[in-house]
Design a protein around this ligand. Structure first.
Ligand code: ADP
Length: 399
């Protein structure tokens, strides 16, 4: 059983092809800067040299056609015919309230994803293009949508509703949806296995810290609250997004500084967060500056960790009992400093943090960084959203 996973974004396409009999990765790759004068394609077939092409890639259709040609190439390829791909799993950002599980894509599903585009104007349209083009290039493959929002559909209304006039929810579905669901779900399942507990009895707080950041309270294997909301702008401080902010700041920017709504949108989504605080959005650069005594970098790190810590405290209160706090994604997996700033001194919550274990690196997919006897475990787990999409794709086509 071969599954192709496609993540079709606004100007890029990421892909991974798996042999699900062994869960082996057959190829991975990335098409970047679609529609710009200088596009780029990187194709990494397992056991063969990487292919890199630098040329204009005008549309997503062109990009995916090049990917399909590479997958089928007699030298660089990994399949001999398009019908070797049994199914294509698509990452779809917004499933609204309509989708709480992976779904086989038919005309009605495609229509619903299109109807949900106002909720995710930058994401659902390119996701749909990926679905359409993959359907043409792999006509015999079953197309499956795996939604970023689906895992959070188990949140109760007291967590997902906003205290604004009820008609805005009833008529326009303005509520919190949450994102990064595939990652939170994947690390939750890995944590449950590691703890040797049934999923239905596993309570964890999953902390996904990448370019985008979110934190989820998981009770009995199900999401019951999460920090991103109506859009991915809410919650934690991120690379370029502000996270939580008093909405009155928006009125002030408009009324007193004369900023248009589009400018404020860009300000909060693309020019804020770590970038806005320091001029750098990559945490590695900020750590280096902090170590060199840069005060802005030190403050940004303190703010970033403080926000995570505050949410951990809130989610302890939400869950009552917590088996583990799980760190994942680029920063969560790699920054011992951020994990220490977040976890140090939380003994009162039953988190006995072990600074030496936190620093020690080994290649394990699951690392324990709590002290022996800690009532709450602290785990570092490598996320794998593509593998999770492939697994969910297999599970849905097997019914
Ligand atoms: P995305 O949200 O795009 O999937 P990732 O999960 O790959 O992002 O996380 C990207 C971020 O991880 C980078 O911006 C960088 O700040 C951080 N990161 C990656 N490696 C390290 C490292 N060794 N130490 C600290 N931060 C790191």
């Amino acid at each position: 059983m071969k599954i192709l996973v496609i993540n079709s974004g606004s100007s890029s396409i990421k892909y991974q092809c798996f042999d699900m009999t062994t869960q082996a990765v057959l190829a991975t790759g990335l098409v970047e800067r679609i529609g710009e004068p200088a596009g780029r394609l990187i194709h990494r077939p397992a056991g063969k040299p990487q292919v890199e092409r630098n040329n204009a890639i005008p549309t997503h259709r062109d990009g995916l056609a090049q990917v399909a040609a590479l997958l089928l190439d007699p030298v660089e390829g990994i399949i001999e015919s398009p019908n070797e791909i049994n199914a294509v799993g698509h990452r779809v950002v917004h499933g609204g309230e309509r989708f709480s599980a992976p779904t086989v894509i038919d005309d009605a599903v495609r229509e619903t994803i299109r109807d949900l585009a106002p909720l995710a104007p930058l994401h659902n349209p390119p996701n749909l293009v990926g679905i359409e083009v993959a359907g043409e290039l792999f006509p015999d493959a079953i197309q499956v949508a795996v939604f970023d929002t689906a895992f959070h559909q188990t949140m109760p209304p007291e967590a997902y509703r906003y205290a604004i006039p009820a008609a805005l929810y009833d008529e326009h579905k303005i509520r919190s949806y949450g994102f990064h669901g595939t990652s939170h779900q994947y690390v939750t399942e890995v944590a449950a296995r590691h703890l040797g507990k049934p999923l239905a009895d596993t309570n964890v707080i999953t902390v996904h810290l990448g370019n985008g950041c979110s934190i989820t309270a998981v009770r009995g294997g199900q999401s019951v609250d999460t920090s991103m909301g109506f859009s991915p702008l809410a919650g934690l401080i991120m690379g370029t997004r502000s996270g939580d902010i008093d909405p009155a700041v928006v009125f002030f920017l408009h009324d007193k500084l004369g900023m248009a709504v589009g400018e404020i949108d860009r300000l909060l989504n693309k020019q804020s967060g770590l970038l806005g605080l320091t001029g750098d959005n990559d945490l590695r650069d900020i750590q280096r500056r902090h170590e060199a005594g840069d005060e802005a970098a030190t403050l940004a790190l303190a703010m970033y960790a403080y926000r995570v810590r505050k949410y951990i405290g809130a989610y302890f209160a939400v869950l009552g009992r917590v088996d583990a706090v799980v760190f994942t994604a680029g920063v969560g997996q790699n920054s011992a400093l951020v994990r220490r700033l977040v976890c140090d001194g939380l003994d009162g919550l039953g988190i006995y943090f072990d600074a030496a274990r936190n620093e020690a690196r080994n290649g394990d997919d699951v690392r324990e960084i709590h002290a022996d006897g800690s009532p709450v475990r602290v785990l570092v787990i490598a996320t794998d959203e593509e593998l999770e999409i492939a697994r969910q794709t297999v599970s849905v086509i097997r019914g």
